[in-house]
Write a protein of this length. Structure first.
Length: 339
């Protein structure tokens, strides 16, 4: 069975706990999102394309997050992963995926994936929140740790994430997987409420017994966000927490994840509609997805493409350069809530 073969390869390639692997293959894996290369009876490379919606240019697009990309040690450095990604891109295009995303497991992989058309567009800021000695607010707010799915908690998180104009989103099912993962890692969803209404939410993970980090935080105001962090520090009996947040601007922060345009026409049409003032003639080259090769003309909020070059000067771009250019007009964000 292909599932068991892929699971065995995962165990060989990744240092994950048995509990996490079982959770992943129970809740995340299915044959529809998996793609693999076999040699004889053995799976020698595999990856999963996990679907996530994403807010983008005033609309929403389908993305595929690359998870579990691995090659058997005996078959590495033979171009197997290159072939696997090419097959994955073809399937994504067929399934109306506009953009592929991923988080490189090692720093050197940023350059590897850049050669496959990805660009490092997702950054994050890391700040240390030191809990003030004095309470930031009186006891009209209630802190609650959430370990099981609750509709109002998901609805609040979903609403706040959708306020971010260029952000990987999470479905109800995704949130249930996040909760399962948190139970394994001893993490917690904390919510701050006033009068029964949620005003802030944070997802906390333990780095050690005395160190915690906040992988995601959303709040109605900066004040309720700070109050939530203070209450979390008090609850966990720690003086401070490390908080991961969206960067202040496109150029700041540390690299977290990468994106790659899969359907250039669909992405450029949304981009053109969001930037009607831009006029661009683009000559696009994509070595992996040949359907993207050609000429694109952006004018008055519309995008036209052609296999033949029209008169005029053109901006020559690779698919990676186009991805960088398209996302440079916003502050893209993905959290660590991806599995």
């Amino acid at each position: 069975m292909i599932r068991e073969k892929v699971k065995n390869l995962w165990k060989l390639c990744f240092d994950d706990s048995k509990e996490f692997i079982e959770m992943y293959f129970r809740l995340r894996y299915n044959n529809d999102v998996n793609i693999a290369i076999e040699s004889g009876e053995e799976v020698i490379a595999a990856l999963q394309m996990l679907p996530y919606p994403m807010t983008f240019c005033g609309g929403e697009i389908n993305t595929a997050y690359i998870s579990g990309a691995c090659t058997h040690p005996d078959y590495r450095n033979r171009g197997v992963m290159h072939e696997l990604l090419s097959q994955a891109f073809t399937r994504m295009l067929r399934n109306n995926v506009a953009v592929s995303t991923l988080i490189p497991a090692e720093p050197w992989l940023f350059s590897y994936y850049a050669r496959k058309g990805y660009a490092a567009v997702f950054n994050y800021n890391s700040i240390t929140f030191v809990s003030p000695a004095a309470p930031l607010a009186k006891g009209v707010y209630t802190l609650k740790a959430v370990h099981e799915y609750k509709a109002d908690v998901y609805e609040y998180l979903n609403r706040k994430l959708r306020e971010r104009p260029c952000c990987i989103q999470h479905t109800e099912k995704d949130f249930q997987v996040i909760l399962s993962d948190l139970r394994l890692s001893r993490g917690t969803v904390f919510v701050l409420s006033r009068g029964g209404t949620i005003t802030a939410l944070a997802i906390a993970y333990p780095a050690s017994e005395s160190q915690w980090y906040i992988g995601e935080i959303v709040s109605d105001t900066s004040e309720t966000g700070s109050l939530l962090l203070q209450r979390i520090c008090t609850k966990l009996k720690v003086p401070s927490v490390e908080v991961l947040t969206p960067p202040a601007d496109r150029e700041s922060g540390k690299h977290l994840g990468m994106a790659r345009i899969i359907n250039a026409k669909a992405v450029l049409q949304l981009y053109a509609a969001a930037h009607p003032e831009q006029e661009l003639n683009i000559q696009l080259t994509d070595e992996q997805v040949s359907a993207n090769n050609g000429y694109y003309y952006l004018n008055n909020g519309m995008c036209m493409n052609s296999a033949k070059r029209l008169p005029g000067s053109h901006l020559a771009l690779t698919i990676g350069e186009l991805t960088e250019k398209v996302f440079s007009s916003s502050v893209p964000y993905m959290s660590l809530m991806l599995n």
